[in-house]
Ligand binder design. Structure first.
Ligand code: 6R9
Length: 635
């Protein structure tokens, strides 16, 4: 993929200009670096009204042929995947390109043997073990659509996602390791499947030697399905616009939606963005600490790096186990050259002081990245000074599940860096800032709604089973634009700083939640009549969740902690531990307008502790509820 690499700032500007003046020529040229079973008839056809976006129309390919067969042929003995276990004393594992190809083919054949075909949906609910990566790629090999669900989600959340995608198969494990804890997974799957009818088979990988109960006729061990399978499996020819995967993500309203990415465009863009942002060179080792259950893991642990023939590290553990030096120890152990993590991880490690990071050399590092949420200046500086030793550029990668790949970011050591600024758009990305009226804001030092006015190859195509929802959510706010849901600012050099969500999405430790989704979970509790949830700034998590809850009966002070515990249980059951509100305040009513809309603006101010600036409360149905809420607000 080196041919795709931008080598200077001048070249970046040239490429960017070409990508805007002639996008078809630009992306056609990039796409020519891949293996296609049949080339496209047309590079791009699109409109943002329906929306209908098609890249490389008429082309046929298999993304796994580009990740594995092509690389196995030219660098077969190069390490493709390094797996580092949760426990540093346990043995790590490595797979060369040839070995990974074989593992994927064997499992792909196993999937076929149990009746999984092109177009079938497969739900993957697994620990961060090599089999997860193998399962993902094996689905793509045979054209089955994977839907990976992060293993921290609850049985109900998992059931919703399985049901929505109508998955035929679930792939899971007995349980997972997370620091000093072990967490059951098979049990969660069993519970989820009590409520869904579409699943025919469950493949269970043995990770903890727990021997969970297996349902006859439905559940099969991983080792048994792969037994005797052939080590070759032809890659299924796919249309460029056939779905590759579904990944559920939260928005302002309703239940999480299944974002759909397709084969051709996602391949071209994840490889292109990986190669450029991280300036990957043949002998480099790349490590992204995300979980494969999120888009960052899909694009920058699995697809992007393997498409580029890279060595990618997959880490089972957490940053603080057995101690807060774990990341740095792993970097030294493998000589990691490019490292990507989240601001929340950086902030949590900062809290342990510098000694941990100073005990390791980190000499191998060349580029360090951050992703998932806005990074504050203090964390940026700590990362730059103590991890990057002032020598490695910090690339701040702004993008979304829906965008498939990095959109605005530093490019290695080529583009300028400015703390808290993501930087310039990658070639092919045309961001604009819009004002309230939907007019483009020109000039520097302006803030507005961040939208994109032209498609790029890995833009989402639809939301699974509900195209109208995709249109309404992303393409109807401002005519002719993809709306990101983020606010941003542009400086005089044209660099972008992402300010955060402007909609009802809360970002807790880089995880996205819709306020409606959490309120729905809280309201499931029998004590509760209604609730309103807002985000407020948190020193480590970025944002935390504050819930204002109205109960059927007033809860006496001495029983409030118990009631809080029960409400948290409801959230754990509906979504998972990751969505627990940090603060729960019982209130007698919520501030509503005369038309019945909850005024979140006011609740947000209260949650932030900024009660002097509540703004205009005159349109409230009952202004007195605000006084009561302010008086008992949780500090
Ligand atoms: C890749 C990913 C997307 C939302 C996005 C924005 C926030 C992500 C960011 C960032 C500031 C960055 N976000 N990266 N904000 N700077 N570098 O995280 O996808 O889970 O879908 O979240 O995360 O608010 O809209 P996803």
């Amino acid at each position: 993929m080196n041919k795709l690499q931008i080598r200077s700032l001048e070249q970046y500007h040239e490429n960017y200009a070409q990508s805007v003046s002639d996008p078809e020529a630009f992306w056609g040229n990039v796409a020519n670096e891949f293996q296609w079973m049949k080339k496209w008839d047309r590079v791009l056809e699109w409109n943002f009204t329906e929306p209908n976006i098609q890249w490389f129309k008429g082309a046929r390919l298999n993304i796994t042929q580009n990740m594995l067969d092509r690389n196995a042929a030219i660098r077969g003995d190069k390490t493709a995947l390094i797996w580092e276990p949760n426990d540093p004393h346990e043995k790590s594992l490595t797979y060369t390109y040839s070995e990974l190809l074989e593992k994927v083919c064997v499992f792909a054949n196993a999937l076929k043997a149990i009746g999984i075909k092109k177009g079938d949906r497969v739900c993957i609910y697994m620990p961060m073990i090599p089999e997860l990566t193998v399962a993902v790629i094996a689905c793509a090999r045979i054209g089955a659509i994977h839907s990976v669900v992060f293993a921290g989600f609850s049985a109900n959340a998992l059931a919703d996602r399985i049901e929505d995608a109508q998955a035929k198969l679930v792939i899971t494990a007995d349980g997972l390791n997370r620091g000093a804890k072990q967490i059951p997974l098979k049990r969660v799957v069993d519970e989820a499947l009590e409520h869904v009818a579409c699943v025919e088979k469950v493949i269970v990988c043995d990770c903890l030697n727990w021997k969970p109960s297996m349902k006859a006729g439905r559940d099969i061990w991983w080792k048994d399905v792969v037994e005797g399978q052939a080590i070759a499996c032809d890659p299924e020819p796919m249309d460029a616009e056939d779905p590759l995967f579904i990944l559920y993500t939260s928005g302002s309203t309703g239940k999480p939606k299944g974002v759909v990415h397709t084969c051709g465009g996602y391949m071209v863009y994840t490889a292109y963005s990986f190669q450029n942002v991280y300036q990957y060179e043949e002998a480099d080792v790349f490590w992204c600490t995300a979980d494969v259950g999120w888009i960052t893991g899909h694009s920058y642990i699995v697809y992007g790096p393997l498409l580029c023939g890279a060595t990618t590290v997959m880490f089972e553990g957490i940053p603080t186990y057995p101690d807060a030096g774990r990341f740095w120890q792993v970097i030294d152990k493998y000589g990691v050259n490019q490292f990507l993590t989240a601001p929340t991880a950086i902030r949590s490690l900062m809290a342990f002081g510098e000694d941990h990071v100073l005990s390791y050399s980190l000499d191998s590092l060349k580029i360090i990245g951050t992703v998932g949420e806005p990074i504050n200046e203090e964390a940026w500086n700590w990362y730059h000074v103590h991890v990057g030793k002032g020598r490695c550029p910090v690339v701040d990668n702004w993008w979304q599940t829906e965008t498939g790949g990095i959109m605005i970011s530093g490019i290695g050591n080529i583009s300028p860096q400015k703390p808290t600024f993501a930087g310039y758009p990658l070639p092919g990305i045309q961001p604009v800032l819009l004002n309230q009226e939907g007019k483009e804001i020109e000039g520097a030092d302006e803030e507005g709604y961040l939208c994109i006015k032209f498609p790029w190859p890995s833009i989402l195509r639809t939301t699974y089973g509900d195209h109208e929802r995709c249109r309404v959510t992303y393409f109807s706010h401002y005519n002719g634009y993809y709306f990101t849901g983020d606010g941003a600012k542009r400086d005089e050099q044209g660099m972008y700083r992402i300010i955060g969500r402007v909609d009802d999405v809360i970002n807790v430790s880089g995880h996205r939640f819709g306020t409606a989704e959490i309120e729905n979970a809280i309201n499931m509790n029998k004590l509760v009549i209604e609730s309103a949830v807002v985000g407020y700034p948190h020193p480590v998590k970025g944002q935390s969740i504050y819930a204002f809850v109205v109960c059927e009966h007033e809860i006496p002070k001495e029983n409030q902690d118990l009631a809080r515990g029960e409400i948290m249980e409801s959230v754990v059951a509906e979504i998972g531990k990751i969505a627990i509100p940090e603060k729960i305040q019982f209130v007698s009513g919520l501030p509503k307008t005369r038309s019945g809309k909850i005024m979140r603006r006011i609740l947000r101010k209260i949650a932030e502790g900024d009660v002097k600036n509540l703004g205009d409360t005159s349109t409230l149905l009952d202004p007195f509820v605000v006084d009561e809420i302010v008086e008992h607000a949780i500090k």
